[in-house]
Design a binder for this molecule. Sequence first.
Ligand SMILES: Nc1ncnc2c1ncn2[C@@H]1O[C@H](COP(=O)(O)OP(=O)(O)O)[C@@H](O)[C@H]1O
Ligand SMILES: O=P(O)(O)OC[C@H]1O[C@](O)(COP(=O)(O)O)[C@@H](O)[C@@H]1O
Ligand SMILES: [Mg+2]
Length: 477
Amino acid sequence: MDPTAPNSGGGAAADATGPTNTTVTLPPLTLRDVPRLPSALASPSPSPVVPNPISRHPYFHPPSTFYISPGDVSLRHAFFDLASASPSPLLAYRRAGPRGDLAVDPARARAALVTCGGLCPGLNTVLRELVVGLHELYGVRDVFGVAAGYRGFYGGDEDHVRLEPAAADDWHKKGGTVLKTTRGGFDLGKIVDGIVSRGYTQVYAIGGDGTMRGAVAIFQEFKRRGLNISITGIPKTVDNDIGIIDRSFGFQTAVEIAQQAIDAAHVEAVSAVNGIGLVKLMGRSTGHIALHATLSSRDVDCCLIPEVDFCLEGKGGLFEFLYERIKKKGHAVVVVAEGAGQELIHRTDDQKREQDESGNIVFLDVGPWLKSELGRWWKREHPDELFTVKYIDPTYMIRAVPANATDNLYCTLLAHSAIHGIMAGFTGFVPGPINGTYSYIPLEDIAVAKNPVDVNDHKWAWVRSVTNQPDFLMSQA
Ligand SMILES: Nc1ncnc2c1ncn2[C@@H]1O[C@H](COP(=O)(O)OP(=O)(O)O)[C@@H](O)[C@H]1O
Ligand SMILES: O=P(O)(O)OC[C@H]1O[C@](O)(COP(=O)(O)O)[C@@H](O)[C@@H]1O
Ligand SMILES: [Mg+2]
């Protein structure tokens, strides 16, 4: 049999004798392109094309395959249903990476780097790689750090610090951000005025969903004013709540550190009579950290995330389940994401309205609430049985650490992808891995793309198989 001969029909051939090839026609492909700088689009003569200086770099000897071809794209979805009667059109993004010709002259570039929002492991690695990459790869000499988030753009001279590779050398070993970060302070007019008055030609905004929404507003203001300034957003969120990209940097480090809290909770629980170890982990609107920490620990009996409702009391409720688990094993470990169960916690009208400086809703503390509700229930239902809850809240410990090796590599590729894209004349974009391929995604798509845990896919089923937990929805209390 000829292994290359096409089979007719769309489905896989039912041939048990060996592999077969089936030729199929894919739906049309839509390129979701990123914007370009006005000078890169100018007609009749776009900005001068500058050969990429990497070609003259003493240590790089880039072969022709080194540069990304103008036609290179990556696909949003890596798997398809060939049997689908009405397949969706395929969505593609530009592949990230160095281009042979630049639309920006590095000698005239003046870069501003800013970090906004909460901390995340790897922020300093991204900063280091931006500073080193701009200097060493492209020969950009004017690289500045803007202090303390977006508000730094309209601060004084002390908020704009020249950054050199020698000073950045060991930043990847430090947690936090050397530039400092803040929430709030987003005054669009003042920010863009500050960017213009300092002569910045390119802005690298490193932050989460709020920062990306801010970067979209800045990008649109650049367009409205007809400015030839580019902006890129580098996605940061320890919660992993930004969509489209495979994951955000620092997330894996945070999951790794969370193991220590779960291990401690487990030791406390097994060493007590009827012991429960309760761990609260970050995750404002998504439960990725709790879910991944649960999957990798295997000591967890129950994982509670914002995406899944649960009830506490009655048959089918959480507390009955924990009681049964303790009767069976002698102890139980519970991991709860900070955004879980918020609708169950009583809050005053003032508390309902409370927001942080960036407008994020302030949550009530689910950990102590759960501990006290459980204690009250146990005392009422099982007054003669000993019972202990040990509560661990590692809070900032999981994010105020340096990135692990995997996240450090990821941060390097993100930073370099951002620089390559800016130098190619792209703007209003975010670099990020899609199915493992680094790509350029429009900022405005990223700013609205959420990434909740999909409780209908295999991962949540995997959690159930690891914890053996039911849905806690059947309260008959
Ligand atoms: N819708 C928005 N438009 C403009 N700026 C925003 C918006 N949301 C948040 N920001 C600004 O982005 C910055 C970071 O936002 P924040 O929510 O604190 O952190 P993160 O970016 O990590 O989600 C803050 O300066 C905040 O004011
Ligand atoms: O740093 P703060 O203001 O205490 O905020 C804590 C929050 O920051 C986070 O770590 C993530 O925040 P971001 O919006 O900055 O990504 C949440 O998990 C947590 O609720
Ligand atoms: Mg956020």
